[in-house]
Design a protein around this ligand. Structure first.
Ligand code: SAM
Length: 281
């Protein structure tokens, strides 16, 4: 059992470390969550408990260990077609508009900027196959999906989902059409899987690591874990990766932490998104 002072010291050490590395800000009241997740990680790595992990980190923490700690402290909650209405807006308004607008380039770029285990980018890929397959024959549609959590990205690449994950949000006709059953798991079809490129990426480094620009950016339910200053910095880095004429989505309960001159709030059906003004508009 850890004493109160020891607990506080360990909590402060790990919260400071994780915030510096990932932006994720753990306020007071999260001590139990941190302790239980890091105890589990410590044991899986062959240490006795969180205290031994703490001592190791203070002496010599290599990059691999630091990444495992960050990974253990991320919250990867997600599901297919989360909130539904952003996907309705993509289908009814945004994709039809973009396919028209990008007629010359014949290219559309999409970024799922904190994709967790892949349900978000795969939902977009399935929506495209289901409703825009004619365009897919002549357009190059690139879906880039990134997350700081290596474990989540590895799972996303596998495209293998448990029945419980399937039950959350995936319409039955999509299950029949785009998945194959493997025991109590379902594997996503290869044609959906190969539409998405997954990579581990820390959004704090988005300006340095992501060079290209996107027509659609999904940056949903990730800024909520950052403090206001980090929210502003990350949002601006992500916004800078949006092409003029492109759309950015936040989570349904989120608002942009900054207002930028080229940003226009748009309501499409039941969803709100942020449009980057282009010269023509
Ligand atoms: C709650 S999930 C949201 C997943 C998905 N966007 C959705 O809306 O369903 C938040 C994700 O943000 C990721 N994350 C947290 N900090 C990050 C950072 N600094 N860079 C990239 N991803 C981060 C976590 O690993 C986690 O998978």
């Amino acid at each position: 059992m850890l004493g109160v002072t020891e607990k506080k010291e360990i909590f402060n050490f790990f919260t400071t470390l994780v915030e510096k590395l990932s932006g994720i800000s753990y306020g007071k009241g999260k001590e139990y969550l941190i302790e239980s997740r890091l105890n589990e990680l410590a044991i899986s790595l062959g240490y006795k408990d969180i205290k031994e992990l703490y001592n190791v980190c203070r002496r010599r923490a290599d990059l691999k260990l630091l990444n495992e700690i960050v990974d253990a402290l991320t919250t990867n909650e997600t599901y297919f077609f989360r909130d539904r209405h952003p996907f309705e807006a993509l289908k009814s308004h945004i994709f039809p508009e973009l396919f028209k607008k990008r007629e010359k380039e014949k290219r559309i770029d999409i970024w799922s900027a904190a994709c967790s285990t892949g349900q978000e980018p795969y939902s977009i890929a399935m929506l495209l196959l289901e409703h825009f397959s004619t365009y897919l024959r002549s357009y190059n549609v690139f879906i880039y999906a990134t997350d700081i959590s290596k474990k989540s990205i590895e799972r996303a690449k596998q495209g293998l989902y448990h029945q419980i994950e399937i039950n959350r949000g995936l319409p039955a006709n999509y299950l029949v059409k785009y998945f194959k059953q493997e025991g109590s798991y379902w594997r996503i079809d290869e044609k959906v899987r190969r539409m998405v490129k997954f990579e581990v990426l820390n959004l704090l480094e988005a300006d340095l690591k992501v060079r290209q620009k996107f027509d659609i950016i999904m940056c949903r339910y990730v800024l909520i874990y950052f403090n206001l200053d980090t929210k502003k910095k990350v949002f601006t880095k992500v916004w800078n990766r949006l092409k003029p004429g492109g759309y950015l989505f936040l989570g349904a309960t989120e608002v942009p932490p900054v207002t930028l001159p080229d940003m226009e709030k748009k309501t499409i059906g039941r969803t709100i998104c942020y449009y980057k003004k282009d010269q023509a508009s």
